[in-house]
Design a protein around this ligand. Structure first.
Ligand code: DC
Length: 221
């Protein structure tokens, strides 16, 4: 059996993590959520009141992180389960900023490339996986959805957690993060030339998973 590497990129709240985790589970592959790694840095910066505009301090903070990702989506930072904490709105609103500097990106990209090495099949999701981290990935998906659909999905997800934020505010936050993610000097959100664009605005999670699995199966057989 041939094992392949699958890169899934796209804007925030497009459902990448949910889809990537499920594709990895069905193929029995390793799932690597790179957004969770940058979120760990943002959480560490917040908890330790680090001046994130000071790049020296930021890069020192990266060296203090021991991040463990489990295949079922659990995230451990310095041996503490931070799976929920890294999804807080404080972290979400800070993460684009701490993930921008070149020194941070270089360290994380190397870490992500090491994580993908010698694995029997990998699904990695993020913003720059197909372009920078795994430019030779066998299958590249660029997963998108309109900002209004993404805001609605986030709204419904928040309700299940008892969080009430208006749709307008959520869509505004999503657009701001899109802008920051797309205009980063390093590791900006960009579709790789050889990526397949998948607009999931009107697709269910299961439909998206099936489409990706069909592409993968063509490459594996
Ligand atoms: O996918 P996510 O929302 O969990 O990502 C969190 C943030 O991390 C997002 O604002 C952009 C950044 N990120 C990045 O710069 N590069 C990646 N490969 C993944 C995420």
């Amino acid at each position: 059996m041939k094992y392949i590497t699958i890169a899934i990129d796209g804007p925030g709240a497009a459902g990448k993590s949910t889809v990537a985790k499920e594709v990895a589970r069905r193929l029995n592959y390793t799932y690597i959520d790179t957004g969770a790694m940058y979120r760990c840095l943002a959480l560490y910066v917040l908890e330790n009141q680090i001046d994130y505009q000071d790049e020296t301090k930021l890069v020192q903070a990266v060296d203090c992180l021991d991040i463990q990702l489990s295949n079922n989506g659990k995230v451990f930072l310095n041996n503490k389960d931070v799976t929920q904490n890294i999804r807080s709105s404080a972290v979400t609103n800070l993460v684009s900023r701490v993930s921008s500097p070149r020194c941070v990106r270089e360290k994380f990209v190397r870490l992500q490339q090491d994580l993908a090495k010698n694995k029997q099949g990998v699904v990695m999701d993020g913003r720059d996986i197909g372009t920078v981290v795994l430019p030779h990935a066998d299958l590249k998906i660029f997963q998108v959805a309109s900002s209004s659909v993404r805001a609605k999905r986030r709204y419904e997800e928040n309700l299940t957690k008892g969080i009430h934020t208006s749709l307008d505010v959520l869509e505004k936050e999503i657009k701001e993060r899109d802008y920051l993610d797309t205009n980063k000097p390093f590791g900006a959100l960009k579709k790789a030339q050889d990526a397949i664009e998948l607009d999931t605005s009107y697709l269910t999670i299961e439909e998206v998973v099936q489409i990706i699995l069909n592409y993968a199966k063509d490459l594996i057989k």
